[in-house]
Design a protein around this ligand. Structure first.
Ligand code: HXC
Length: 533
């Protein structure tokens, strides 16, 4: 008997396949067909890929192993019993990205609008369980009309099962949601519970209630895209972390993101060979020390200069631009960067920036990624709107996130670090592991102008003319600045470990990271969920 199965296909006169094999092949062909040519054409006409094409482009070539292809719906109401519903409208399985295992599901809009019925939900849950038990990331490609209306409350229960798993997997394995069509109603809460949300310009939409309901309820008129498109969620609501110009661009970004993440909370992000010398100096930072302290600059210029090969992968680049978050490598090691950006709101912390930074820090902590904090902050952003909007409650999230984080924390004060914001940005007493400052750093309870108004109010009021007042203020401000607007008082108490040569910043951070590699802080092994903040 010939046991070599490969010979069958090479045989010059192949035997016809056995009836059982023929039956399998027919079933697979039928189940793989999606919702038929007309619906596939409609999908393409909208500039969208099919669910199978998406998986093909996302994963390493030929790595996809499909599961549950032959699962069908058991629901029969409203004519469902008479319909073909291939794969129940979702494709699930596992595959590889850059040679690392991932689990994936892709909703198929050509099958009942990708709507979620019970079997559809069970397939997603099965793949999530598989990902969690085997400690690999899970990626959802969402394109769906939401709860399958014909299946009633079974669909809602299916969503609940997914949400429950999103929470159980939170901080355990990376969860990524890629919105590639509509995502409506309560269905939006699964992506919101995951670590990262991607959207594609022009084709992705997320909303709890659509434009018609909005109009009926509030009278506001808005388009689908205006209400829940990528611009709205990346720039205004903060739901979306990454926007792509096209689906291929989106899959490229997902693959890049994964290169910065570990497979699970039990691992570290992959270290790569680093061709960029760790002792490379950064002359730009010396120039920065010459800059007028009131002059804004984009913090990106500094991050690009210190990162390996000048690469920075920014997270939420158009939301709360006063704080910049993202990944880079330093000496081959992945680092999460949290940085004030003086180019927006002077780099101050407001409500949205606090939420953005705090959630990012908590995600880094969940996945064992060190935090590099670059500080240039004049304080919390003032105003009635901020106070009534809850800057106290939101600002406290940053304090909580840094104090809770047990991963290596390296802080560099570049320029301003005033008041509560100095404390919040991973200061020494919030348990920064290494706190550095540049020689041009200004660390104080508040800026000179504000401080002299309070300290010398009586003397200022006693001045007879405005000119006299201005001259006194200028003199007192200069005295205050000479004493406090420097890093030396803080260095003298040990709250700054070292005032460093600006050009040495990259080397200092890499050395600190290497030293902290085996850091073991109390509580480091506890489970840490990444709650949406
Ligand atoms: C069953 C659905 C469906 C749904 C779409 N379809 N949504 N079938 N349940 N929820 C079907 C359509 O009948 C149609 O079938 C096919 O999918 C394509 O839909 P179209 O409407 O032709 O497509 P399009 O014009 O692109 O519009 C897409 C859409 C629209 C905007 C998503 O279909 C729509 O508004 N659907 C309903 C959205 C919704 O309200 N869902 C419930 C949200 S509440 P045929 O056979 O004609 O191709 C919810 C609760 C979740 O989800 C709660 C979780 C806790």
């Amino acid at each position: 008997m010939d046991n070599d199965l490969t010979k069958t296909s090479k045989s010059p006169s192949p035997r016809p396949p056995a009836a059982s094999v023929r039956r399998l092949r027919e079933a697979v062909t039928k189940a793989s067909a999606g919702g038929g040519q007309a619906r596939v054409d409609a999908q393409k006409a909208r500039g969208k890929f099919t669910a199978r094409e998406r998986i093909h482009y996302l994963l390493d070539e030929g790595s996809f192993q499909e599961l549950d292809l032959l699962v069908g719906t058991r629901a029969t109401a409203f004519g469902l019993g008479d319909k073909e519903i291939p794969g129940d409208g979702v494709i699930t399985g596992f595959g590889q990205i850059a040679g690392r295992e991932v689990c994936v599901y892709a909703q198929d809009f050509t099958v009942l609008g990708g709507s979620l019925g019970l079997a559809h939900a069970q397939k997603i849950c099965k793949i999530m369980d598989l990902a969690c038990e085997n400690r690999v990331p899970v990626i959802g490609l969402l394109d769906s009309g939401g709860a399958r209306i014909q299946e009633g409350v079974d669909s809602l229960d299916g969503y609940a099962e997914i949400f429950y798993r999103n929470v159980k997997c939170s901080g355990v394995i990376p969860q990524i949601s890629v919105i590639l069509g509509p995502c409506a109603g309560g269905a939006v809460y699964s992506p919101a519970l995951t670590d990262f949300v991607f959207m594609v310009e022009g084709i992705s939409q997320m909303f709890v209630t659509g434009p018609d309901v909005v109009k009926a309820a509030t009278g506001e008129e808005v388009s689908f895209d205006g209400l829940g498109g990528s611009e709205a969620h990346a720039g205004k609501s903060g739901v979306c972390h990454f926007v792509a110009k096209s689906e291929p661009d989106c899959f490229r970004q997902v693959r890049e993101l994964l290169s910065y993440l570990p497979q699970s909370r039990w691992e570290r992000a992959p270290r790569v060979a680093n061709p960029d010398p760790i002792r490379r100096t950064v002359p730009l930072l010396e120039k920065m020390c010459d800059l007028d302290p009131r002059r804004p600059y984009r913090i990106h210029h500094i991050i690009w200069q210190i990162a390996d090969e000048h690469k920075f992968f920014e997270v939420q680049p158009i939301y709360a631009k006063n704080v910049v978050t993202g990944f880079c490598r330093m000496g081959g090691e992945v680092v999460g960067v949290v940085a004030n950006n003086p180019a927006h709101l002077a780099g101050a912390l407001d409500i949205n920036a606090s939420d953005k930074a705090a959630r990012f820090i908590r995600m880094l902590n969940a996945f064992n990624i060190p935090v590099l904090t670059l500080v240039d902050v004049p304080g919390y952003w003032p105003g009635v709107q901020q106070e009534h909007g809850g800057i106290i409650r939101h600002g406290a999230k940053i304090l909580h996130a840094y104090a809770e984080a047990t991963v290596p924390k390296i802080t560099v004060i570049l320029r301003k670090a005033y008041g509560g914001a100095y404390i919040a940005m991973s200061s020494k007493h919030m348990r920064g592991d290494f706190n550095f400052a540049l020689p041009c750093a200004e660390i104080a309870v508040m800026g000179p102008a504000g401080a002299v108004e309070i300290l010398y109010s009586r003397e200022i009021k006693a001045c007879k003319t405005d000119e006299e007042k201005a001259a006194l203020k200028a003199k007192l401000s200069a005295e205050y600045a000479a004493k406090f607007a420097s890093p030396y008082q803080t260095a003298s108490t040990g709250s700054i470990d070292e005032v460093i040569e600006p050009a040495q910043l990259r080397y200092k951070v890499v050395r600190a990271l290497r030293f902290l590699r085996e850091k073991r802080a109390p509580g480091a092994h506890e489970n840490r969920g990444n709650i949406p903040l």
